[in-house]
Design a protein around this ligand. Sequence first.
Ligand SMILES: Nc1ncnc2c1ncn2[C@@H]1O[C@H](COP(=O)(O)OP(=O)(O)OP(=O)(O)O)[C@@H](O)[C@H]1O
Length: 251
Amino acid sequence: MTRADTPPAVELSRVTKRYGGGEQAVTALDRLDAVFPSGTFTAVMGPSGSGKSTLLHCAAGLDRPTEGAVTIDGTSVTGLSERALTRLRRARVGFVFQAFNLVAALTAAQNVALPLRLAGRRPAAGEVTAMLAEVGLADRAGHRPSELSGGQQQRVAIARALVTRPAVLFADEPTGALDAASGRDVLRLLRESVDRHGQTVVMVTHDPFAAAHADRVLFLADGRVVDELSGPAGAPEIAVRTARLEAGVPS
Ligand SMILES: Nc1ncnc2c1ncn2[C@@H]1O[C@H](COP(=O)(O)OP(=O)(O)OP(=O)(O)O)[C@@H](O)[C@H]1O
């Protein structure tokens, strides 16, 4: 099957997400449409409060839209029970957070094995080590998060997110807490997962240099996609579009 025949990893159709009610109601996503094709790397940018994290949470099945439809790896999230949604998420979705979110009491290897164990699988011999080797940390398998640098912790978090070979990996500001060199390592890993393994990656970022690693950049404002850059775009071009959006200038 060619990539064009493969269903999108994630699709959002007219997704609205409202928080609160009455006078206090906030519309975080406003009839938003977005398609994340399988095997592509998309960056999501936009001013603070534009709905980026809400988009990620709805697209990952961590949160349910108020209206509209979300399909993950061909399965409609609407109507799924909490249990079925959790199962879908564990099997088909990976998540990487700005703050790494590793389990402090577990070693790197145990952290990476966790999603397999939660899915009721005993990791095959060498599976976890191979995953750690992929992120350049085969020699740190027995270390706890407190014994690793921020960049190394984020690489363990990426290994943990990829070990189930999910249909889609979501990353929320994955380089936000890292120095420039560690940030570049993390972005290179995400890029390689797309190029080598056909992984689908969706990453929220404020950083045009980070977004320049993606195949496509979606720009959000007021809960809608208002601009898009396709094909690898350079950081300067991304920065100009971002500045325009923050200044409220239509593109
Ligand atoms: N749990 C919540 N309850 C009420 N309002 C919320 C909640 N979560 C988000 N919002 C509101 O929804 C809007 C979108 O928030 P969201 O966090 O998705 O934006 P963002 O683009 O990720 O922002 P930032 O770049 O600052 O992280 C904001 O106005 C925010 O205040």
